[in-house]
Design a protein around this ligand. Sequence first.
Ligand SMILES: NC(=O)c1ccc[n+]([C@@H]2O[C@H](COP(=O)([O-])OP(=O)(O)OC[C@H]3O[C@@H](n4cnc5c(N)ncnc54)[C@H](OP(=O)(O)O)[C@@H]3O)[C@@H](O)[C@H]2O)c1
Length: 360
Amino acid sequence: MTYKVIQWSSGNVGKHAVRAVAERTGMKLVGMYVFSADKAGRDAGEIAGIGKLGVKATDDVEKIIAMDADVVLHTALPSLVYGEEPMADIDTFCRLLASGKNVITTVGYMYPQVYGGKFTKQLEEACRLGGSTFHSTGLNPGWMGDLLPVTMTALSRRVDRIHVREISNFQHYPSPEIMFDMMGFAKTPAQFKNDAERYKFWLSGLFRESVQMVADALGVKLDEIREKTERALAETDLETAAGLVKKGTVAGQHWEWAGMAGGEKVIVHETVWRMHESVAPGWPNGDHSIVVDGEPRMEVKFDARWIGDGLQGTAMHAVNAIPYVCDAPCGIKTFLDLPWIVGKGTVHVPKKKADKKKKK
Ligand SMILES: NC(=O)c1ccc[n+]([C@@H]2O[C@H](COP(=O)([O-])OP(=O)(O)OC[C@H]3O[C@@H](n4cnc5c(N)ncnc54)[C@H](OP(=O)(O)O)[C@@H]3O)[C@@H](O)[C@H]2O)c1
């Protein structure tokens, strides 16, 4: 079976996805939706920096809706960045799902149950209409703070606390929309405070989804998810791939979402974000870590220089999910519903060296 794939948007993650789909057997890119008018009409492969694939990008949503495809890889920005209502993404997903295409997104909504019944009902109804499946994925959230800790607990006799810590330096993340518009870096404290209410749903929501998914996976009932945050301002102008972060504007954010049970933090998701390595030297530094405290105590650490790889990793988690999502029953399918997603077909088997003796 060859899965027919539509790529929705062509930013960092989208380009990685196109490259991967193009090189996989069993997958074929059949369409690409772009927002930018100057990309419409161009070849999807060329936009992704590889050779022509014979697939023209379009900015016409109706063309995409009418297209025959198995799955849409949706790697756009959340629509609220563009002044739309929070949750307007759900309308886009529903149109695609109702047209009979499965949807895998990296934009969020990994555990949409967190936002209440209205949105899950909307998504489920669209899936029912189209006989399709909705899945959301990513690196963090989506792998590090969700799948890894849950997987580790397979060895646990008793778990007292799970603590996930992401430490990221975004100096090389080339997206002003994500860094500045969405995450609020490079804003004055007053601007940040002003936007915080609007973006709260998104930033907080994403990681609440993670904490809740881990709690539900492990069958622990949370009393609440407590949120804590502090910010650091740039002490000098900072040059970053997303643009200039001026002195006195937000250059660091330290967040914690703690799932509380019995008055204790039982599932903690902490993120330490800097726009430059020099920011907030007193905050935790070093590797990402996942600690499962209990019997036994387990700790996994890995290299924090994840940005370049992280964008690819986010795309790969979506691409590798394609067969699982396409073959799943219709409806919302989170990590807790799908089989174990692995990188099928990714193992590079070296060609056997020619047997020189035989040749002679
Ligand atoms: N969970 C994770 O670990 C993780 C990690 C990284 C990123 N992400 C998410 O993945 C998504 C893509 O990230 P990225 O780094 O690829 O971002 P990006 O490079 O900034 O690209 C985002 C794309 O959004 C598109 N866009 C333009 N106008 C838009 C509109 N009105 N509404 C929605 N999208 C619009 C553009 O599409 P065109 O180029 O087609 O015009 C742009 O290329 C984001 O939602 C990000 O938050 C998740």
